[in-house]
Design a protein around this ligand. Structure first.
Ligand code: SAM
Length: 292
């Protein structure tokens, strides 16, 4: 087996050899601890029949661990300066494809179709660039990319928001949007010291596993998420107040909103943070015909 990239010594060697300097604006914090990488990979439950999508391979620290275990790795890297580095560090592996593109611009379903038709399942594994964590996750979920799950490193605070339960401070529209599609669990808390350069915040590895069925049947998923977002605009306000200002204008709006609450027997004086996903589903279905 090759020497791990993710040690302080080898990483420094590679960076010096290629004269690479970090770009903070691209969220470049590279992992330098192979134990963390082994732990991440173990949560992804990879086999030779698994295809992996990685976002932001950097110099390949995580990529090589994935390439040793999965059938194929397709990695999106936005920074063209890393291409010659990856060509060098990934030369021992013939199952890694690098796509030099912003993952947010990519046609993910097309990539899946072209790259993974022979594989049993697809998992996203990544040490994400923290400035775009949420848009990246939502692109996979809303885009209905056929993945089994995600094992992703992010800011601990974002992982806490995604996994939060109702009536907690961290619970909000992001918890609802992700948990609608995925079971979400924090698998590991990661200290700053395992990165170079060190980020300003603590990190966590989140494991997302696709639910067989959504927790509630809704008329329109986008409308569910819009109602959820609208219900948290001002956390201290009641659902009625928040929805009155966030739903699109309509005649006799307050009455229509109250009628929807009446229909499902829900108190309009509750706060959004107390509602489960199932309750948000019921509420959005009751509001749908008047406000969509
Ligand atoms: N995987 C490497 C590791 O763990 O050491 C690097 C992780 S670093 C936190 C994030 C990586 O994502 C960087 O290589 C950065 O250039 C890349 N990146 C940033 N924004 C991106 C985007 N929108 N699309 C694809 N890659 C991106």
């Amino acid at each position: 087996m090759n020497r791990d990239i993710a040690t302080p010594i080898r990483t420094k060697e590679i960076l010096e050899k290629h004269g690479f300097s970090f770009k903070k604006s691209l969220g470049q914090n590279f992992l330098i601890d192979p134990n963390i990488l082994r732990n991440i990979v173990s949560h992804a439950e990879l086999t030779e029949k698994t295809g992996v999508i990685e976002i932001g391979p950097g110099i390949g620290a995580l990529t090589e661990h994935l390439a040793r275990t999965a059938g194929k790795v397709v990695a999106f890297e936005i920074d063209g300066r890393l291409l010659p580095v990856l060509e060098d560090t990934m030369s021992p592996y013939d199952n890694v494809t690098i796509i030099n593109q912003d993952v947010l611009e990519a046609d993910l379903n097309k990539v899946v179709e072209e790259q993974f038709s022979e594989y049993d399942d697809i998992v996203v594994v990544a040490n994400l660039p923290y400035y775009v964590t949420t848009p990246i996750i939502m692109k996979f979920l809303l885009g209905k990319v056929p993945i089994r799950g995600m094992v992703i490193m992010m800011q601990k605070e974002v992982a806490d928001r995604i996994t939060a339960s109702p009536s907690t401070k961290a619970y909000g529209s992001l918890s609802i949007a992700v948990q609608y599609y995925m079971d979400a669990e924090v698998s590991m808390i990661v200290p700053k010291t395992v990165f170079i350069p060190q980020p300003n915040v603590e990190s966590a590895v989140l494991t997302l596993t696709k639910k067989a069925e959504p927790p509630v049947e809704v008329k329109d998923e986008d409308f569910l998420f819009a109602v959820a977002r609208g219900s948290f605009v001002q956390r201290r306000k009641t659902l009625l107040n928040n929805l009155q200002s966030s739903l699109p204008d309509g005649k006799a709006k307050k009455e229509q909103i109250l009628a929807a609450f009446e229909k499902i027997g829900m108190d309009p004086g509750r706060r959004g943070e107390t509602l489960s996903i199932e309750e948000f589903g019921e509420l959005s279905n009751a509001l749908y015909d008047d406000f969509k």
